[in-house]
Design a protein around this ligand. Structure first.
Ligand code: DGT
Ligand code: CA
Ligand code: CA
Ligand code: ZN
Length: 579
C-alpha cells in the first residue's frame, strides 16, 4: 500500500514541526512546510507525478524535496523522518495542535515534565502540575487548559483558498466530461466563510446520474462515501470531503438557494414561504394543492417571497431579511472597487521581493497606488527599518516614483511603515521618524496575551498617536490556531471612529482580521475600514480577493473602505487625522 498525498503532507508537516522544536534552520523548516501545503493542494496522487518525472514541476517543491518524496513513495519511509521521530516522539508534535502551545513550550513540557502526548498534558493540567515548570504560573496553565478545550471543540476545517482551488479543479475536471456543464460551488464556500468544513458542488443536467458517475470517477477522488441518482459524497486525496448535488435544469434556482445555506438563513426562508402557504425545498415551492413551482434561477426564489435577491455573503440570518424587505440591503464592495493596497512588505524587512518587484506586480494588477510598509526593527524581525534605513528607503521609493512619472504612468508608491506597538503601548519608532512618512500602519505582534484592560489601553494609545493612520490585523487571531487578543473592541472601534484611524481587514487567508462580524460592528460605529494584502511576495498581492469577501460578509460598501478612494483622498484623510 503506497502512501497517499495526505500521508506525505503529514510526514513533511511532522518533519517541519520536529525541526522547529529542535530549533533547526528556519529556511529548511519553511521548505518542508511549503512542500506539505503544496502536496495538500494537489489534484492527483503523487505517484502520478512521480511516474511522469514531474515531482519537481510542482510549485513549492524543489529538487531536494522531490527526491525525498521519491524515497517515501518507493520505500514508505525516510531516514530523516526516522531520525527526528527518535528525538521527538509523535505525541509531542500533537501538543502543537493546542492553540497557545508553540515549539518552545512543547519542548519544555517534554524536557521538564516528560509530557509526550495530549493525554499526558490533560493529566498534568488536571493535577495542577504545569506550575512546576519555571516561569509557567497559574495563568499559563489556565491558557493551556482553554487551548485544550478549543482543540476538542473544533472539527477539522480547511481555509478558503484551499477550498476554492479544489472547487475550481473539480469543476474544470467535470467540464472536461460535460462541456459547458452548469456547475458551481455552494455551501459555506459560496457564502465566503473563512473556513470550510466540506466542499459542496451543485450541477444542473437532465441526465443527473451521468454527472454523478463522472464525478465519482474523477482521479481526485480517493473514496466514495455515498452515491445515488442525484448526489454523491466523496473524500478527495487531499482529505477534504466533497458533496455533489445534480438537479434537472428547471430546478437550478431552488437547488442553488437551498444548497448555499446557511442553515439558519434557510430556516427563516422556509418560514416566510409557509406564511404564504408554500413549502420550499431544493425542488422548488410546493403549493397547498400539491403543485410544484420550480425556480430556474435564484432571483425567482426570493421574488416569490416578495424579496430582492440577497447576496450569498449575507445569508447568515443576521438581519438580511429585514434589510431585503425594507429595501436597505447594502451595495456590497467588489474587488474591482479597490484602487490601492496600503500594507505590504519588501526585502527591506521580511518580504521576499524588492520594492520595484512588488510595485510592478501591483501596477500590472491594476492598482493605482500601494504603500510599502516594512516592519520596524524590533525584537525578532530580521532587517527591519529604523529611522536611518527609512530615509534610505524613501530615496529608493522616490526614484521609482520618478520612473513611473517619466513613463507617464499614474501609479504611485507611498512610503509607510508597519510599526510595532510595544508591550507598554509606545511605538517602536520615534515620532520624528514617523512624521516624514505618507502613512503609518501600527500593529500588535508581541505580548498578545496581556489582560483585557492592559491590551485595550495599549491599542488605544496607538490609535491616539497622531501619526498612526491604520491599525493592521487588529486582534492578532490566526485561523484554527490562535484566538485574537482579549480586546474591548467596542471601545477600540469608538476610538478609531473618533480619531479617523482606519481599521484593517487583513487579507492573509490565515488572518482575515478583523473578521466579518467585528468589521460590521466597526462600520456601525462609524469606523472606516481598509482591505490590505499584507503581501510578503508579489504572488500574495492577489490575497485581496479574500479580504474583499470578508468585507462583503461585513456588509461593507465601497465608500466605507478607504483604499477604494483616489490616492489624494487617502493622503488627505491620513494627513487630517493628525490632531
Ligand atoms: P460547512 O460545510 O461546515 O463549512 O458549512 P456548510 O454551510 O457548507 O454546511 P453543509 O455542507 O452541511 O451544507 C451545505 C448547505 O446545504 C447548508 O448551508 C444548507 C443546506 N443543507 C444541508 N443539509 C441540510 C439540512 O439537513 N437541513 C437544512 N436546513 N439545510 C441543509
Ligand atoms: Ca459544506
Ligand atoms: Ca456538505
Ligand atoms: Zn505586515
Amino acid at each position: 500500500m503506497s502512501l497517499s498525498n495526505r500521508d506525505v503532507a503529514h510526514i513533511f508537516q511532522a518533519i517541519a514541526d520536529s525541526m522547529e522544536i529542535l530549533g533547526e534552520d528556519r529556511f529548511r523548516i519553511l521548505a518542508y512546510r511549503r512542500a506539505s501545503d503544496a502536496i495538500g493542494d494537489l489534484p492527483l496522487p503523487l505517484a502520478d507525478y512521480q511516474a511522469r518525472h514531474a515531482l519537481e514541476d510542482i510549485p513549492g517543491i524543489g529538487k531536494t524535496i522531490a527526491e525525498k518524496i521519491g524515497v517515501l513513495l518507493d520505500t514508505g519511509t525516510l531516514p530523516l523522518y526516522e531520525r527526528l521521530k527518535s528525538q521527538i516522539p509523535a505525541g509531542v508534535l500533537d501538543l502543537l495542535r493546542v492553540p497557545e502551545i508553540g515549539p518552545r513550550t512543547a519542548k519544555r513540557l517534554y524536557d521538564e515534565l516528560g509530557i509526550a502526548s495530549l493525554d499526558d498534558l490533560r493529566a498534568m493540567v488536571d493535577a495542577g502540575r504545569l506550575r512546576e515548570v519555571k516561569g509557567f504560573g497559574a495563568k499559563t496553565e489556565q491558557r493551556i487548559r482553554q487551548g485544550l478545550e478549543m482543540l476538542s471543540q473544533r472539527e477539522q476545517r480547511v481555509l478558503m483558498p484551499h477550498a476554492m482551488s479544489t472547487a475550481e479543479t473539480l469543476i474544470a475536471a467535470l467540464r472536461e466530461v460535460f462541456v459547458d456543464l452548469r456547475v458551481t460551488a455552494v455551501g459555506s464556500l459560496r457564502r465566503a466563510c473563512p473556513t470550510v468544513g466540506d466542499l459542496d458542488l451543485l450541477a444542473a443536467q437532465d441526465d443527473t446520474a451521468a454527472v454523478v458517475q463522472a464525478f465519482i470517477a474523477l482521479p481526485q477522488v480517493a473514496e466514495v462515501l455515498m452515491s445515488g441518482v442525484m448526489k454523491a459524497s466523496v473524500v478527495l486525496h487531499s482529505g477534504l470531503q466533497a458533496d455533489l448535488l445534480v438537479v434537472p435544469p428547471p430546478q437550478w434556482g431552488s437547488a442553488l438557494q437551498h444548497f448555499t445555506g446557511s442553515q439558519a438563513h434557510n430556516i427563516r426562508l422556509r418560514e416566510l414561504a409557509l406564511e404564504r402557504g408554500l413549502s420550499f425545498s431544493e425542488h422548488g415551492f410546493r403549493q397547498a394543492d400539491g403543485t410544484l413551482m420550480t425556480c430556474a434561477d435564484e432571483t425567482q426564489v426570493y421574488a416569490t417571497l416578495g424579496l430582492p435577491w440577497i447576496p450569498p455573503e449575507l445569508r447568515e440570518d443576521r438581519g438580511e431579511f429585514a434589510a431585503a424587505r425594507s429595501g436597505t440591503l447594502p451595495n456590497l464592495i467588489t474587488l474591482a472597487d479597490l484602487r490601492g493596497d496600503l500594507h505590504m512588505h519588501s526585502t527591506w524587512s521580511d518580504g521576499r521581493a524588492s520594492i520595484a518587484q512588488m510595485a510592478a506586480t501591483a501596477h500590472a494588477l491594476g492598482r493605482e497606488y500601494i504603500t510599502i510598509t516594512d516592519h520596524s526593527a524590533y525584537l525578532g524581525v530580521t532587517g527591519g527599518v529604523d529611522a536611518a534605513r527609512l530615509r534610505d528607503q524613501a530615496a529608493e521609493i522616490a526614484a521609482l516614483n520618478a520612473e513611473y512619472a517619466a513613463r507617464g504612468e499614474a501609479f504611485r508608491i507611498l512610503h509607510g511603515v508597519e510599526v510595532d506597538i510595544t508591550p507598554d503601548g509606545s511605538l517602536a519608532l520615534p515620532d520624528a521618524a514617523l512624521a516624514d512618512l505618507d502613512l503609518v500602519v501600527a500593529s500588535l505582534h508581541v505580548s498578545l496575551r496581556q489582560p483585557r484592560d492592559q491590551i485595550t489601553a495599549r491599542l488605544l494609545q496607538a490609535i491616539a498617536n497622531p501619526h498612526v493612520d491604520i491599525i493592521a490585523h487588529p486582534t492578532g487571531r490566526i485561523l484554527e490556531r490562535r484566538e485574537g487578543a482579549d480586546l474591548d473592541l467596542e471601545v477600540v472601534f469608538q476610538a478609531a471612529a473618533a480619531n479617523g484611524t482606519l481599521l484593517e481587514i487583513n487579507s492573509n487567508p490565515e488572518r482575515l482580521d478583523l473578521d466579518a462580524l467585528h468589521a460590521r460592528r466597526a462600520l456601525e460605529l462609524g469606523v472606516t475600514l481598509v482591505v490590505n494584502s499584507d503581501a510578503h511576495h508579489p504572488d500574495e498581492l492577489n490575497q485581496l480577493r479574500y479580504g474583499i469577501l470578508t468585507a462583503r460578509r461585513a456588509w461593507a460598501s465601497a465608500a466605507q473602505v478607504a483604499n477604494t478612494w483616489p490616492v489624494e483622498q487617502v493622503l488627505k484623510h491620513c494627513a487630517s487625522s493628525v490632531i
